[in-house]
Ligand binder design. Structure first.
Ligand SMILES: [Cu+2]
Length: 459
C-alpha cells in the first residue's frame, strides 16, 4: 500500500513537471450530459435541415500567420475552428472545438492538425522528393468560385488579398436508418469541408478537412496535377508514391490528461478460450512514445482518451484514428541510392509523441523557415537529437501528438495522357488520387449524436 502511494506521488510529480500550458487552452469540468434538444424531432426526417457556416462568434485562433475562424451549426452538434496557412506546413486546422449537443458548452478536441510532409519517391529516377522542403506561405494557391460546389464559398485569410480556402457544406449520405414493418426512419448526415491547394511544382495537392455532424473528423489528401516533366518522356510515365505524413495535436477537453491506446481484434492466434475472438486495448507502445506498424488483420486503431473526462456512462471520452489505406508504403533509401536521408520514417504507419512546445516550433519554424525532415523531428536524427519519439517519454495522462502516414501508389496509365499524346509521353492531367484517415468518436457521446431513436420506433 505504501509502495503504491509512493509510486502515485512520483507519477503526479512527473505529470506536473511535464505539463505545459498552451495559450487559449481550456477544460470543461464536469462534462455536462449530452442533451436531446427540441430540434431532435426535426432532425429525424427525410433530410436534416440546418447547417450554416459563419464567422466565429468568438475567434479562437491563436496564430500570427494568415488565419480565420469559422463556425458551423448542425441540428444537434456544432463546430468552430481556426483554419490557417502555416507557411511551410500549409493549410492547418485548429484549434477546433465541438459542441456535443444543443446548448452544450464548446469543448476543445484538437489543437492543430496539418500535413507534416509529402514524400514522393520515384521508381526509376533518383527523385526522392520531400515536397514541404521548398514550400513557403505562397505555396497555398488562390481559389476560385469554380473550384467549390455550387453552394460553396471562398475564404480569404487575415491580411491576404486572395481567397485560399474553400468551404462547402455537403450532404454526406446516410448517417443512420432503420426500416421496420411498422415504421421507418432515416437520417442523412452533413459535413463542413474546408480545403485548399498546396502547390508542389507539377503536382497540386488538395489538403481537405471534414468536420462532420456526428463528431467525426476527416483528413484527406488529393494528389492531382501533371506527371513529372523534367526528364521527359520517361519521367512522365515513371511510377511513384505520394506518401503523406500527418501531424495531429489532439487536445481532448483541453491539452492535458490524454492517453494513447492500441486497439486490436484477434482471432485464431489466441490461447484456448471459450471465445472465438478477443478485442484488446493496450497502452500504445507500452505507454511510451514510439512508432507502430498497422496490422489490417487486427483492425488496429489508435485510441486517444481523456481519462479525466467521463461521459454519462462513466467511460473516458475518446477519438479513434482509423486508417483506410490502399496499401502500406515502405521505402529503402540505400537501395535507392539516397545518401542524404535514411527514410526511417517510412518503416511504420503510426507514431505517438508527447507534445513539447520546442518541438512544435522547430517543426513549423515559421519565422526562420528552417526545414527539418521526418527522420529529424519525429525520430530524433541529427540535428534534432531527442526530438519526437527519441526520448521515450510517457504517453499516459499527458498532452499528445499523433502521427499517421497514408500513401497512394501512382503507376501512370493511359488516363494520364492528354489527347494526342504519343504512347511514350504523358502530358495530361492526372485524375485525383485520395488518401487520408478519420478520427471517429469513441464514447465521446452518451448516445447516438444524430437523434437515432430506440429500436421501438422502427420495428
Ligand atoms: Cu503521381
Amino acid at each position: 500500500m505504501r509502495r503504491c502511494s509512493t509510486l502515485l506521488l512520483a507519477f503526479i510529480i512527473a505529470a506536473a513537471a511535464t505539463a505545459q500550458s498552451k495559450a487559449g487552452d481550456f477544460t470543461i469540468d464536469p462534462l455536462p450530459a449530452q442533451r436531446l434538444g427540441p430540434v431532435k424531432m426535426r432532425a429525424v426526417g427525410p433530410r436534416a435541415t440546418g447547417g450554416a457556416v459563419r464567422p466565429c462568434t468568438e475567434n479562437i485562433c491563436d496564430t500570427t500567420q494568415p488565419h480565420t475562424c469559422v463556425e458551423v451549426n448542425f441540428e444537434e452538434t456544432a463546430w468552430r475552428t481556426c483554419i490557417s496557412n502555416q507557411g511551410r506546413r500549409s493549410l492547418t486546422l485548429g484549434p477546433t472545438d465541438l459542441r456535443r449537443s444543443p446548448g452544450a458548452p464548446w469543448m476543445r478536441v484538437l489543437r492543430e492538425a496539418s500535413v507534416a510532409d509529402i514524400f514522393v519517391p520515384y521508381h526509376s529516377f533518383a527523385f526522392r522528393l520531400y515536397d514541404m522542403q521548398q514550400a513557403t506561405e505562397a505555396s497555398l494557391l488562390e481559389m476560385r468560385q469554380a473550384d467549390v460546389a455550387a453552394s460553396g464559398s471562398l475564404i480569404t485569410l487575415s491580411n491576404q488579398s486572395i481567397p485560399q480556402v474553400g468551404a462547402e457544406l455537403n450532404d454526406r449520405g446516410i448517417a443512420w436508418l432503420c426500416k421496420g414493418l411498422s415504421g421507418q426512419q432515416v437520417r442523412r448526415g452533413q459535413e463542413l469541408a474546408l480545403w485548399g491547394v498546396f502547390d508542389a511544382q507539377n503536382y497540386d495537392f488538395i489538403i481537405d478537412y471534414r468536420l462532420r455532424d456526428d463528431g467525426s473528423i476527416g483528413f484527406r489528401m488529393g494528389s492531382t496535377g501533371f506527371n513529372n516533366p523534367y526528364f521527359e518522356p520517361l519521367s512522365t510515365t515513371d511510377a511513384h508514391m505520394h506518401s503523406t505524413l500527418w501531424r495531429v495535436d489532439i487536445d481532448l477537453n483541453g491539452s492535458g490528461g490524454d492517453t494513447a491506446h492500441t486497439l486490436a481484434h484477434r482471432e485464431g492466434d489466441i490461447p484456448p478460450t471459450p471465445l472465438a475472438a478477443i478485442d484488446t486495448e493496450s497502452p500504445f507502445n507500452g505507454g511510451r512514445e514510439g512508432t507502430m506498424v498497422w496490422d489490417p488483420v487486427q483492425f488496429n486503431t489508435i485510441l486517444i482518451e481523456d481519462e479525466t473526462t467521463k461521459n454519462s456512462h462513466g467511460n473516458p471520452i475518446g477519438y479513434e484514428l482509423h486508417a483506410n489505406p490502399e496499401g502500406l508504403s515502405r521505402h529503402y533509401a540505400q537501395e535507392a541510392g539516397n545518401v542524404t536521408r535514411q527514410e526511417r520514417f517510412t518503416k511504420f504507419d503510426f507514431a505517438v509523441t508527447h507534445y513539447k512546445e520546442s518541438e512544435r516550433n522547430a517543426f513549423f519554424d515559421t519565422p526562420h523557415v528552417r526545414y527539418l525532415d521526418p527522420d529529424q523531428y519525429l525520430l530524433g536524427a541529427s540535428p534534432a537529437a531527442g526530438f519526437g519519439v527519441a526520448d521515450n517519454e510517457s504517453v499516459t495522462d499527458t498532452d499528445l501528438v499523433v502521427w499517421y502516414r497514408a500513401s497512394v501508389h501512382h503507376d501512370p496509365h493511359d488516363e494520364d495522357h492528354a489527347p494526342g499524346d504519343p504512347n511514350f509521353l504523358m502530358t495530361g492531367i492526372t485524375l485525383v488520387h485520395w488518401s487520408g484517415f478519420e478520427l471517429i468518436p469513441r464514447n465521446l457521446f452518451d448516445f447516438n449524436p444524430l437523434g437515432g431513436p430506440s429500436r421501438n420506433n422502427c420495428q
